[in-house]
Write a protein that binds this ligand. Structure first.
Ligand SMILES: [Mg+2]
Length: 130
């Protein structure tokens, strides 16, 4: 299937959600954002996202836990973790459990776009069971 990817941005900082939405929409992506893990899961039940950009540090449900739940709801989505911390056990867990990649904050936008493109190419459009 051709065309731009459907991207979900998940970050507890609204500013980051808006900035990434602007950048990605300017490049033709369809972007939805969520400010916590619960919202993210709810959005993923409505839409099959090709790529999810997931902040790691979020209150209540962190990005790795959100990633785990999202995998069940939307196994075809490729998830890229975003973190400000270079060494983080949570990141290692997420990668071992199938996260597509990691980008570090402050974000290198070119690198982020490259990763989104690569993740999109590897996204599987699976039929969801619910
Ligand atoms: Mg955060």
């Amino acid at each position: 299937m051709r065309g731009k990817a459907n991207v979900l941005v998940v970050d507890d900082e609204l500013e980051m959600c808006l900035t990434l939405s602007d950048i990605l929409e300017a490049r033709g992506y369809r972007v939805t954002y969520a400010q916590d893990g619960f919202q993210a899961i709810a959005r993923a039940r409505e839409t099959a996202f090709d790529v999810v950009l997931m902040d790691v540090r979020m209150p209540e449900m962190d990005g790795v836990e959100t990633f785990r739940r999202l995998k069940e709801v939307s196994p075809g989505s490729r998830v890229v973790m975003m973190t400000a911390y270079a060494v983080e056990d949570l990141i290692a867990d997420a990668l071992r459990e199938g996260a597509y990649g990691v980008v570090y904050k402050p974000l290198d936008i070119d690198r982020l776009i490259e990763l989104v493109e690569a993740a999109k190419r590897h996204a599987r459009r699976l039929v969801r069971t619910r």
